[in-house]
Write a protein that binds this ligand. Structure first.
Ligand code: FAD
Length: 394
């Protein structure tokens, strides 16, 4: 399919919003208990082109701009957090490391499968005993044309619905911290690959979190992405873009919470007046709207930078800023929403929308792909490098 016209794209955004707040919201009631997506959810994703639309055109994608992709992300993030987590991953990190760093042979074999979910991955970096970066301990040792992988990961999303895993391992233990790691794209049916259980999460139910254990797992060298020692670069580059997708998710959630709060503030009458007439409530609405506007501006600015040069000088810094600010925004907006709703906002079945679920769901995004502290570490490093000066788009 070729690029969409403006009208077609607007219609598509509307379709995705209706899907998120309609069938997806309705389906989530059971998922809160089962913690598992029904097949119907995946089928709706395929039918509505959510696995396909962001892919590069040569692999079945629509040739959308980064801005258009982020706008789609914003719309489906109005729905349940677990589905947002799955689709946000599907639209970017799912395929990007293979596309950017895989060999032509591996890309030809696997890239076409992303459009209909016949290829789906998980991204396994975090470790309980190591960390999320240069201190990783999972080890891959070269043995002829293969690598033997041993180690453990935890907190890994999508492990119940993936058939490949991107695994970050140590291949060069004596190298400097920037060149110790490598990334492999491993078929999940490889002997020695094991899924280990984890408890239910606070929110984002259904998105399949477990640990992973690798015991003498033999993986052919064709599954190595890029070169040995490029693993940290792959993680940083791939996560930069994905962090902005999280920022766009926070934007979609925050926008829905503001709209719900406005409606409730109009309807709720205390002491003879709708609470929207109270200055105290209006100040809250003003803060919510201002944060959302600033976040949207940052996300759209990043999209323009990215379209100019995906590996540009300010990508890493602006991506971390988008994520950090989006966390502050969604934290403020969800807190103010709960105050505006009063007690009824704390209950599951609120007629204005899922206040209680949105409040829980958005908290995952404080942690996914790096805490606020980690974003600040990235930003400060880049700010020092750039002498405190950022580049802006016209
Ligand atoms: C919903 C969810 C989904 C996730 N999905 C995935 C996934 O699919 N794949 C994956 O690999 N991981 C995943 N994670 C893990 C996530 O990336 C990590 O939880 C996150 O990066 C924080 O790492 P940690 O949990 O090990 O915290 P820790 O590293 O233990 O950090 C604890 C605290 O210490 C601070 N801290 C740690 N190191 C430093 C430092 N050097 N300097 C200053 N402060 C520091 C942190 O900011 C934090 O406040 C997921 C997590 C969640 C909650």
């Amino acid at each position: 399919m070729s690029k969409l016209t403006k009208e077609e794209f607007e219609a598509y955004l509307k379709q995705i919003r209706e899907l998120a707040e309609g069938p997806f919201d309705a389906m989530q009631k059971d998922i809160e208990v089962t913690n598992k997506f029904p097949e119907e959810f995946y089928q709706l994703g395929i039918k509505n082109n959510l696995y396909r639309c962001s892919l590069p055109e040569e692999y079945g994608g629509w040739g959308l701009s980064e801005l258009e992709i982020l706008k789609i992300q914003e719309e489906f993030s109005r729905g349940p957090g677990g589905m947002r987590m799955h689709l946000h991953y599907a639209m970017d990190l799912n395929w990007r490391p293979l596309y950017d760093y895989g060999s032509e042979e591996l890309k030809a074999e696997l890239m076409p499968g992303f459009q209909d979910r016949s290829v789906f991955t998980c991204w396994a970096v975090t470790e309980e005993k190591g960390g999320t970066g240069a201190d990783i301990q999972t080890r891959a040792v070269k043995d002829g044309d293969d690598y033997i992988i041993n180690g453990e990961k935890f907190l890994i999303s999508h492990t119940d619905c993936c058939n490949y895993a991107y695994i970050t391992c140590v291949t060069n233990p004596d190298a400097d911290k920037d060149h110790r790691l490598s990334t492999f794209m491993v078929p999940c049916d490889t002997p020695g690959y094991e899924v280990t259980p984890m408890p239910h999460m606070m929110g984002c139910r259904g998105s399949g979190h477990t640990g992973l254990k690798f015991t003498n797992m033999r993986v052919n060298k064709k599954y190595l992405l890029g070169k040995e020692g490029q693993g940290l670069e792959i993680a940083i580059h791939s996560l930069s873009v994905s962090r902005v997708h999280i920022a766009a998710s926070n934007l979609g959630m925050a926008q829905r919470m503001l709209e719900m709060s406005l409606k409730r503030a109009h309807d709720r009458v205390t002491f003879g007046k709708p609470i929207i007439e109270r200055q105290a409530i209006r100040m809250k609405l003003a803060d919510m709207a201002t944060h959302i506007h600033a976040l949207r501006t940052m996300v759209y600015d990043f999209a323009k930078d990215y379209e100019k040069d995906p590996k540009g000088e300010y990508i890493e810094e602006k991506a971390a800023m988008c994520k950090l600010f989006s966390i502050n925004t969604v934290k403020l907006v969800s807190d103010e929403m709960l105050e505006i709703f009063g007690g009824i906002g704390y209950f599951e079945d609120c007629e204005y929308g899922p206040t209680e679920r949105l409040y829980r769901d958005c908290r995952a995004m404080f942690l996914e792909e790096g805490t606020p502290t980690v974003q600040r570490i990235t930003i400060s490093r880049q700010t020092i490098k750039h002498g405190g000066v950022l580049q802006y788009n016209d």
